[in-house]
Design a protein around this ligand. Sequence first.
Ligand code: FAD
Length: 392
Amino acid sequence: DGATVLITGAGPAGLVLGNLLLAEGIDCLIVERQSRAHVERRARAGFLGAHTVRVLTAGGLAGGLLAAGRQHDTCAFRTEDGEFELVYGERGNGEVHTVYPQQDLVRDLVAEFLARGGDIRFDTEAVALTGVDGHRPELLTRTADGLTRVLSGAFVAGCDGRHGLARTAVPATAARRHHRDHRVSWLALLAAAPQSMAAVAYAVHEAGFAGHMARTPDVTRYYLQVPRGTDPQDWTDERIWSELHLRMRADRYGPLHEGAVLERRVVDMASDVQDPIQYGRLFLVGDAASLISPSAAKGANLAVMEAEILARALTAAVRGGDEKPLAAYSADCLPRIWRAQEFSHWMINLLHGPAGDHDEAVFLRGLQRARLESLRTSRRHQDHFAENYVGI
Ligand code: FAD
């Protein structure tokens, strides 16, 4: 049992890769720990950058997002100094975001993969990976009812995210993982309410950061900065809306559209980069390769970018016998990953100032204010922001 390319994980990375490989006539097999219903309902990202939309469109994978996705070109910043809107679609490369919920994209990609004759095994966990430093890697899998099976392939694409098997399968002597804990946590919320303002608003407030991100006509994502270790259940709907109104300065800019909070969970902002992101015949893609904080909405976009680069490299190897692009996979991806990490890190510092009255906190808040002021007033800074915000 097996395929030329074994893929662990049916998130954006694994599903885009699988679809692109099938289009090239390369057989592949995806194993996914969760059920189909679970991955098709898991709400996460929503902001797709221009490159992502180009890759999906060229791959024949954009039907759903072109029909139902909404284009957004503006974000707003609210601070103690006032509010300013940045029409980033008119800055930088003139690119915009397409807002389309990740779970809808995953649903489209699963349907397309199956329509192309793909083999995807849900409720099947990858539990061990051997032989990636040889020519015939083997993947041990276990189904929900305990059945184990060994799959073999010529290549393995590790697309199983931050808690997956693939990132643990690279020996410590063969790669390093560079990690950063940003010491900031967000309460990530989904509310059954239409958006309250332009697509995205970032509020910088002494009580902590608050964010507003459009998703669909009936659902909006909000974020509230909370202390590390916060129990999401301590936040009632009432407390959430009252805090959002405070930090979004509703007294000055008008009330938010309220609705039931559908989902609340705490995300600790952390990032890591593995270097290199390949080992023998194993290639890491998406969150498995590099975890990125959601501050700049880059994770799903990086996953799609890497999947496309790996699909091209695997095609050259399998169809053309040319393994050079595969050998260069890590070197091709890492500079782009670091650039996205740099921008996300900058966004974290833009949006969060340390609390307190001690010298360093006051100093850092001064820098934060200067950064926001530069973004408000400098055309060149806005161009740079736009290029990095929508692009990879
Ligand atoms: P995943 O989507 O995590 O998929 C990995 C898959 O592997 C999962 O289905 C998992 O069940 C499966 N798996 C795990 N272990 C195993 C195993 N052992 N065997 C088999 N299967 C396994 N990114 C953006 O670009 N824009 C945004 O607006 C944005 N907002 C976000 C908001 C939040 C609250 C969060 C948490 C993330 C956000 N992200 C955003 C990040 C984005 O969701 C991830 O970067 C993206 O899902 C990565 O895709 P992936 O395919 O690499 O991994």
